[in-house]
Design a protein around this ligand. Structure first.
Ligand code: SF4
Ligand code: SF4
Length: 195
């Protein structure tokens, strides 16, 4: 094992070592079962190409490269503490660029699903929950309602100017829109819920 105060060993950054002996098969299997089957997690060679192309890397405290490594090692606590799960926009750039066929975006989705099932709560999960509830209610999102439910009156006031501009340009309806067939939509939701 590399000394703790050494950042590089034989030219390799310590946290880039694959450490096959540290691979946590149990956690890896959990992520694979959650939908990461095709994600080829074990094939990651820690080249960092995914992080280099990540569109939201500036906002993440853990890069996709490191996140894949943490999944390989089963460092669940570190993953949960990271905001990377919630900052990922699922743009798939990392996946399209990986030279080893690893799918970091799928890994993140799978880990996120496990985290939510295990009851993690933060601003992002609350936002997602409100978003889903509102879409279930109307079949279509009414942005001012989302803003009000998530951030209360202060958020609504803060975004009012932008909202008016968007409405004037026809980019956002000032009133809730209606979908054509709410019954069909509810039936589709119910069917999806059963699956
Ligand atoms: S680009 Fe692929 S192989 Fe390279 S670090 Fe990212 S996931 Fe691993
Ligand atoms: S899918 Fe997520 S991790 Fe991958 S490049 Fe996009 S934002 Fe970054």
């Amino acid at each position: 094992m590399a000394p703790k105060n050494k950042k590089f060993v034989f030219g390799l950054k310590v946290d880039r070592q694959l450490d096959g002996d540290k691979m946590n098969r149990e956690f890896l299997d959990k992520v694979l079962a959650e939908g990461g089957e095709g994600a080829a997690i074990a094939a990651c060679m820690q080249c960092g190409t995914c992080s280099g192309g990540c569109t939201n890397i500036d906002l993440m405290d853990m890069s996709p490269r490191t996140l894949v490594l943490m999944v390989q090692r089963g460092e669940w606590e570190k993953i949960l503490k990271s905001n990377a799960l919630w900052m990922c926009t699922s743009c798939q750039i990392c996946t399209s660029r990986c030279p080893r066929g690893v799918r970091p975006a799928d890994v993140i989705e799978a880990v996120k699903a496990i985290a939510i099932r295990e009851g993690i709560e933060n601003d992002s999960t609350r936002f997602n929950q409100i978003f889903v509830e509102l879409v279930q209610k109307r079949g279509i999102l009414f942005e001012p309602e989302l803003m009000q439910k998530y951030g209360g009156l202060p958020a609504l006031i803060e975004q009012a100017e932008l909202g008016v501009k968007l409405a004037l340009k026809g980019k956002m309806s000032p009133l809730p829109a209606k979908i054509k067939d709410p019954k069909k939509f509810s039936a589709a939701l119910e069917k999806a819920g059963k699956k």
